[in-house]
Ligand binder design. Structure first.
Ligand code: ASP
Length: 441
């Protein structure tokens, strides 16, 4: 029999009725033996996620704002108690809330506090399904530098082997110091992937509130096409560029084990969704481009020096300047006598940009060095690009017809993507023009 791990995101856990729908989905297929859950998310636009309330309560507790804390904790309690009422069973929520509050007031720390959303949600799901709760702290381990420890996968296999079925809370594990530690926001997807890898699932189903991965951001193009199949690499490129159906780090645990991911919609379980697989089964001519995504707020540092190509160590010296300041770069397009460094604006605050420029001048004495700020990167992604001639010609023609000024071009060596840098304000029209060219023509 095949084995599936289901991860339900915040919107699939947002109220009692949708939790019951999620439980029905699990029960509809015997292969769905392991379930990973997020904390209750938004029920409607303008609603507040339980995790956000927990961050707020923790900050208020730390600041000694006890009235504020009580107020926020009241909201958290109301969310969980109404879920229990909607489910119509005593699930022990009040006792869990009392314990949580005492720990928070006792100074349990931020990570512990914010992890309690998934902790209680997983207890609720376990009670609804009548399946054991297994805490993520039993197997998810972090290194001292905060990265996921490799021992996690063996531990997950060992712990989960004892349970033919289990419900596991997402988003956290045990830190190097033996205390609860969380992933970055949205990290429940990573937990799901860890469980899938631990039990060597045949499929990792990620249940969310959309019917799959769209070929572009639906806030930019109305009802974009849903992608039926996507390779891990394409997904990595698109989610790194801001297409955020899945946490971008959630691919790694399953990718190395070749476990496919399916993105599916808890609100429309009949939809096929998107399959994310190791090797795409698409053929030549099946669709050149898989998706297009963009991310704003980059800075390009452009350097020019004649005979740069023959000056040994030029690039190394430039890179050691940014390394010294702990700055990483996203792209490094280069010409014979030119090179550009594309850097996320986040790294360049508080005078760092000016320092980098001064130190680069000192290190390599360029003929010219200048800065383009407020650049957006737009990635056009698809394995089909390597197999079909004329993709870039179509892309650049479409951009020129849409009046988008291209400031930088970088084609990944794998021919999996073409990245263009445009002004921030042109980002949406750039994405629209590319989508129109490859998906609506
Ligand atoms: N609840 C966490 C968040 O809101 C983690 C998750 O949902 O994956 O970020």
């Amino acid at each position: 029999m095949s084995l599936k791990v289901c991860k339900f995101g915040g919107t699939s856990m947002a109220d009692g009725n949708i939790i019951l729908c999620a439980a029905k989905i699990v029960e509809a297929d015997e292969a769905r033996r392991y379930v990973v859950v997020s904390a209750p998310g938004k029920r409607f636009s303008g609603d507040i996620k339980v995790t956000d309330l927990l961050y707020q309560a923790s900050a208020q507790q730390e600041a000694g704002d006890i009235h504020g804390f009580e107020d926020t904790f009241e909201k958290i309690s109301a969310r969980f108690l109404s879920i229990e009422r909607e489910i119509g069973k005593n699930l022990g929520v009040q006792a869990a809330l009392d314990e949580m509050k005492a720990a928070m007031l006792g100074g349990a720390g931020q990570d512990y506090c914010v992890s309690r959303g998934e902790f209680v949600a997983a207890h609720i799901m376990a009670a609804v399904l009548d399946v054991p709760f297994v805490d993520a702290t039993e197997f998810v381990r972090f290194n001292e530098d905060g990265t996921l420890s490799e021992e996690t996968f063996d531990l997950a296999a060992k712990v989960l082997k004892k349970y033919p079925r289990a419900v596991v809370p997402g988003f956290y594990g045990l830190g190097f110091d033996g205390k609860v530690k969380t992933f970055s926001r949205g990290g429940g997807d990573i937990s799901g992937a860890i469980v899938a890898r631990g039990v060597m699932a045949d499929l990792y189903e990620n249940w969310t509130d959309v019917s799959g991965f769209y070929a572009c951001d639906p806030r930019i193009v109305n009802s974009p096409k849903c992608i039926g199949e996507l390779s891990y690499q394409e997904l990595r490129e698109l989610s790194y560029m801001g297409a955020n159906v899945l946490h971008s780090e959630s691919i790694f645990p399953v990718r190395s084990a070749g476990i496919p991911i399916r993105i599916c919609n808890t609100f429309r379980p009949q939809d096929e969704g998107t399959y994310i697989v190791a090797t795409s089964s698409r053929e030549v001519g099946d669709g050149v481009v898989t998706g297009v995504a963009g991310k704003k707020d980059f800075t390009v540092i452009f350097l020019e020096k004649s005979m740069m190509n023959s000056e040994i160590g030029f690039v190394g010296k430039v890179l050691s300047v940014i390394e010294k300041h702990g700055v990483s770069f996203e792209h490094l397009p280069s010409g014979i006598d030119t090179m550009s460094l594309v850097i996320d604006n986040e790294y360049l605050k508080n005078g760092i940009l000016e320092k980098l420029v001064a130190e680069m001048k000192e290190a390599v004495n360029p003929d010219k060095i200048y800065i383009h700020e407020d650049i957006a990167l737009v990635a056009t992604v698809g394995h089909g690009m390597a197999r079909n001639i004329g993709t870039s010609a179509r892309l650049f023609k479409a951009l020129s017809e849409a009046g988008v000024n291209v400031r930088m071009i970088d084609q990944g060596s794998s021919e999996l993507n073409i990245i263009v840098g445009v002004e921030n304000e042109d980002c949406a029209s750039c994405i629209r023009a590319i989508y129109h060219e490859f998906f609506e023509n």
